[in-house]
Design a protein around this ligand. Structure first.
Ligand code: DGL
Length: 279
């Protein structure tokens, strides 16, 4: 009989941003096989309605389920924020793990003054999923959500540092951390959640414009730990040692996925590893 533990983990994102989560997962669980789907043809999800994102998310999951995954990681904040319910309903037999709760958990652990800023796409902020997840763990917390949509194309283009990116970061973040006078507000958040899978790439520019004492958290490492714990609990860890295989699926241009994906993953993604799929 087939051992379910030998099946791959499935992950999806609207594009290559979720590779920041894959990177953390690989560091924690090098011998798991992974199938990663980037829905690049329909990126961005962050400006679309919850209904549309949920429909796309269920289609992405269907493709991965067809490939026999044992667990699904929603490596996209926007899809995690609006589609976790529909995904769990559509696939009740597969554990589904999103990135919002692990990110909220990391923020609650990090904050000392219970003031937390969350930056993300428009849909993620509008849906209030981070606010709800943080309040569920830390009811007293003050949560300031702020959409930063321009960070997505900047990360895709590889403009992770420099004058333009820092200028955009300043424009978005100064109202949260520095009022008009330019002084730091005493009540300013001490923790900043990067609530979008693209944003960790811009961390140097973000770090350059927020007060030095700010703790910046992203959900990648915490999500990897959550996946690890779930696999342990369900007795689904892949047996043996050695390097697991990664297979990439994309809904648009393969060379572009390989090129930008390599940047997000920090190691080369070859075109031979990427398959074009139509959802
Ligand atoms: N992956 C999306 C997220 O984490 C960002 C890109 C998009 O808008 O699709 O929210």
């Amino acid at each position: 009989m087939e051992d379910i533990a030998t099946r791959p983990i499935g992950m999806f994102d609207s594009g290559v941003g979720g590779l920041t989560v894959l990177k953390a997962l690989r560091e924690r669980m090098p011998c798991e096989d992974v199938v990663y789907l980037g829905d690049t043809a329909r990126l961005p999800y962050g400006t679309k309605s919850a209904q549309t994102v949920s429909r796309y998310a269920v289609q992405c999951a269907a493709e991965l389920v067809r490939r026999g995954i044992k667990l699904l990681v929603v490596a996209c904040n926007t899809a995690s924020a609006v589609a976790i319910g529909p995904l769990r309903e559509a696939y009740p037999d597969i554990p589904v793990i999103g990135v919002v709760e692990p990110g909220a958990q990391a923020a609650c652990r990090a904050t000392r003054n219970k003031a937390i800023a969350v930056i993300a796409t428009e849909s993620t902020i509008a849906g209030g999923a981070y606010q709800r997840a943080i309040h569920a763990m830390e009811p007293e917390a003050r949560v300031l959500g702020h959409p930063c949509p321009l960070f997505v194309p900047l990360a895709e283009e590889g403009w992770t540092e420099g004058e333009v990116t820092e200028g955009v970061a300043r424009r978005y973040l100064d109202p949260i951390f520095r009022p008009a006078s330019g002084d730091e507000r005493p009540e300013a958040p001490d923790t900043l959640v990067l609530g979008c899978t693209h944003f960790p790439l811009l961390a140097p520019s973000i770090r350059a414009v927020v007060p030095a004492s700010t703790t910046i958290v992203d959900s990648a490492a915490t999500t990897a730990r959550t996946v690890f714990d779930a696999l342990e609990r369900l007795n689904l860890r892949r047996p043996g040692s050695g390097c697991g295989m990664t297979r990439y699926l994309t809904t648009d241009d393969v060379p572009r996925f390989a090129r930008t994906g390599s940047r997000f993953l920090g190691t080369p993604v070859t075109e031979a590893q990427v398959e074009l799929v139509d959802l």
